[in-house]
Design a protein around this ligand. Structure first.
Ligand code: ARG
Length: 381
């Protein structure tokens, strides 16, 4: 057996034992292990049953150290698209993913798993960091129209022939790359991308800022790793926590950078940091996000509620005798950190599998808009 096959076997064994230990009634692990080791011996890889895939994907979420939203890990819906390998078919399933996940605003945590990486057979990928993101256009100098995070990605899709409308919130196309067809562009049908225009519960002028955000965050560039098998295309999505939008995407100086404009409209004194104009603008922006999603009946959670849920998750997992991997800098919300219970404790930042990983090869090839290592925190998961 090659070294690679031996690693696969060792990971397969660890995963299958975990799943049989945690899920009573899954039959004897011994016979399944014999089967899997024979498959690996003959082909260098093995095929997960649907039940294994489903459980593996759920545990990958459970093990995601950066995600505060893990309480609901057992209810993750798993779609098996391992047989879909042509770019057209993949694009159609990505659209279905968004429709099913959006669910008219009652967002369901969902993952769609495409074909794994097997020896000598590169798998399909998408270039996008998330299925739905907004274009960023350089408008001369350092100014960017849209989301500055996706300026390079926007350039890359322009080279593939995409023409954006030139607005601040143009939904980018999806680039599906298969070994047979290379990279191909797909525009998401307008009705698959639910968006919420932002207004404020008291400031009437807020709507005039023309801000909006999409309802479903769907990470598309991470490898799902289960029992020694890598799934390079396994987009997953949940609902938003308000701060991801209000305290990061629309607020960060290198993203939409909206705090100065909001503070100015409120009439805050910006000549001194001590007026805390940034902080006050942040709170109002976050109120607008939560208020607008709620008014449009799109699920979103606030950071106080999500923090409490995470404490419940920690307690449940402790009772099951499990370690909860956690990365403090990602778990603690980007505003009012110490006002939430998750601030006042420490976490084990351990790497448990199954899990999700950023593909190091893809990162090296400069896959566009990847969550690079230097990327400051924003809640994942
Ligand atoms: N922080 C990312 C964003 O703003 C999304 C990461 C996943 N978040 C989630 N709630 N599932 O788009």
């Amino acid at each position: 057996m090659s070294e690679g096959a031996q690693d696969t076997l060792a990971e397969a064994e660890a995963f299958l034992r975990l799943w049989h230990d945690e899920q009573p009634g899954t039959g004897p692990v011994r016979s399944r292990l014999r089967e899997v080791s024979a498959q690996i011996e003959a082909t260098g890889t093995y095929r997960h049953t649907f039940a294994e895939l489903e459980y593996g994907a759920r545990v990958a979420w459970r093990n995601s150290a950066r995600c505060i939203g893990r309480l609901y890990w057992p209810s993750l819906l798993v779609r098996d698209c391992r047989e879909v390998t042509a770019a057209d078919g993949i694009a159609a399933e990505l659209v279905s993913h968004l429709r099913l996940a959006t669910n008219g605003g009652r967002i369901r945590p969902l993952i769609t798993v495409f074909a794994p990486q097997v020896p000598d057979q590169p798998a399909a990928r998408v270039w996008n960091e998330q299925l739905v993101r907004y274009a960023g256009y350089r408008t001369g100098g350092r100014h960017v129209l849209g989301d500055p995070r996706y300026v390079d990605f926007t350039d890359a899709v322009a080279r593939l022939g995409w023409h954006g409308a030139g607005g601040a919130f143009d939904v980018l196309p999806v680039v599906v790359e298969t070994p047979e067809e290379g990279p191909r562009l797909f525009e998401l049908p307008g009705d698959t991308v639910l968006e919420v225009p932002l207004a404020h519960p008291e400031y009437r002028w807020f709507a005039d800022l023309g801000l909006r955000w999409h309802a479903v965050p769907a990470i598309a560039n991470m490898d799902l790793s289960i029992g020694g098998i890598r799934y390079p295309l396994a987009p997953f999505s949940g609902w938003y926590m308000g701060t991801e939008i209000g305290a990061r995407n629309l607020a960060d100086a290198d993203r939409y950078d909206m705090l100065p404009a909001i503070a100015e409209r409120i009439g805050l004194h910006m000549s001194s940091e001590r007026t805390l104009w940034r902080d006050r603008a942040l709170v109002e922006l976050n109120r607008a996000v939560l208020h607008s999603f709620e008014r449009h009946r799109v699920w979103i959670s606030d950071h106080h509620t999500e923090s409490r849920r995470f404490m419940t998750h920690l307690e449940r997992e402790r009772r099951c005798g499990r370690v909860v991997p956690g990365d403090w800098a990602w778990i603690v919300p980007p505003i009012s950190g110490a006002a939430t219970p998750v601030f006042h404790r420490q976490y084990d930042d351990v790497d448990l599998r199954p899990n999700f990983y950023l593909d190091p090869l893809a990162a090296r090839l400069g896959r566009h808009g990847g969550l690079d290592a230097g990327c400051v925190r924003s809640a994942s998961g």
